[in-house]
Design a protein around this ligand. Structure first.
Ligand SMILES: *Cc1c(COP(=O)(O)O)cnc(C)c1O
Length: 414
């Protein structure tokens, strides 16, 4: 019975018994990870295998002011194939091109796909920098492992991405706010309609030059608190960057847009816990009901929240810079009712989303149960003080104006 579901190719190779064993484990994504590590025959991802084929038809640069997020791409792409029998094959940088995949490839049927979002920045000396790339690579390995795709050596992948990003250096404007958005992606490529762990996969990275999220300054957004659709749930995969998490959020977003709201504020459960905003983490600054102390609050990483790199930066910078000013920084569950009560009492100071694309996204109000919860901005104000400071603090590290261990100068550009 089990054998029928296994990929053909893996049955005829030495790895068949290993994969079978993995398949029979209830938590097989852990087993596969452990198995890959304990087998010496499987090749690790190795940056020294890289071969480069440069394009003969370099693209014309899109004028910086005409850049639309994720619409134009650079000259090249980075690809590495994996097979269950051999492990990671040699890495390749080639001209940007279409993929050729069998229509039975498991990615198309069972959503074996996960991705990352990170950026390369150019500093005032013309050096190219990544921002906390280890965080993205670690998170990607957690995503891939959860859907039975292979994991990879993080340091090797950072090295390959560095080579790729520095090759595409001409696409990165040195102006503040501009960057090269990098999209590492992994898909299962096994040709089979059988539901099982993919026997082959493709890891690739494409890059898209992007402009500032708010070209004319912050624009505070309005949210619709969403309870009829649920983004993530306990024991689910909302804490992983799986493509399968995103498509189901588009219809609720269109619904919210139809009623005049920019994004969904995803609630969970009868208590109506506040989880995330659109595809961003959510932060609220408010005064404690009992003590009056100012608190910066975000939901905890309980399996329903994507562990944002920006979220981690905001928490860390808040502890460093706001706690000495009397703030409390708290990761805890909080409800929509709490926000509404705080707004009514005048204790809600500000709210914002956080993510790589915008860094922070200030929130003006939240529609909830025929109520419009005002998030504390003055009518003429588009961002609160914390959001403004956070954007500046993070940006000055990303662009190397302030030296920090989070900023990784590409060895090629030093
Ligand atoms: C990517 C993402 C975030 C933000 O993560 P960053 O690492 O800060 O970009 C938050 N929530 C969801 C659902 C996401 O997909």
């Amino acid at each position: 019975m089990l054998r029928q579901l296994l990929p053909r190719s893996s049955l005829s190779t030495k790895s068949s018994s290993r994969l079978l064993a993995a398949w029979e484990q209830p938590l097989r994504y852990y087993s596969i990870k452990a198995t890959a590590a304990s087998t010496t025959k499987l090749k690790e991802l190795d940056a020294s295998t890289l071969s480069i084929t440069k394009t003969t038809t370099p693209k014309e640069l899109v004028p910086w002011n005409e850049l639309v997020f994720g619409r134009s791409f650079t000259d090249h792409m980075l690809s590495i194939e994996w097979t269950a029998a051999d492990g990671w094959l040699p890495a390749r940088i080639t001209p940007y091109q279409n993929l050729s995949l069998d229509p039975a490839s498991c990615v198309f049927h069972y959503a074996f796909e996960c991705f990352e979002g990170m950026k390369a920045y150019k500093d005032s000396k013309g050096q190219v920098r990544l921002f906390r790339p280890n965080k993205n690579m670690q998170r990607m390995n957690e995503s891939t492992a959860r859907i039975a795709l292979p994991t990879f050596e993080q340091a090797a992948m950072i090295q390959l991405i560095s080579t790729f990003a520095s090759m595409e250096e001409r696409f990165i404007p040195s102006t503040k706010g501009y960057s090269l958005y990098l999209r590492p992606t992994m898909i299962g490529t096994q040709r089979t309609l059988g539901v099982g762990p993919p026997g082959s996969a493709l890891l690739y990275v494409i890059a898209s030059p992007v402009g500032p999220y708010y070209p004319t300054g912050f624009k505070a957004i309005s949210l619709e608190a969403t309870d009829y659709a649920v983004r993530a749930w306990p024991g689910g995969v909302g804490d992983k960057k799986l493509g399968a998490n995103y498509a189901p959020c588009i219809v609720p977003q269109l619904q919210a847009a139809k009623r005049g709201f920019h994004q969904n504020l995803w609630l969970f459960g009868e208590e109506e816990f506040v989880t995330e905003v659109g595809t961003m983490n959510m932060f609220v600054a408010m005064k404690n009901k009992e003590t009056g102390q100012k608190e910066l609050i975000t939901a905890p990483l309980d399996g329903m929240i994507l562990a944002g790199v920006t979220r981690d930066c905001v928490l860390s910078l808040a502890k460093e810079k706001l706690v000495p000013e009397g703030w409390n920084v708290v990761e805890r569950k909080y409800t929509m009712k709490e926000l509404s009560d705080a707004a009514k009492d005048g204790r809600l100071i500000e709210a914002f989303g956080s993510g790589t694309a915008a860094i922070v996204s200030p929130i003006r109000n939240i529609s909830w149960k025929n109520e419009l919860v005002d998030c504390g901005l003055q009518p003429e104000q588009e961002a609160g003080e914390i959001a403004l400071q956070m954007k500046n603090w993070i940006e000055e590290i990303q662009y190397g104006d302030v030296e920090h261990e989070w900023s990784y100068v590409l060895p090629q550009s030093k």
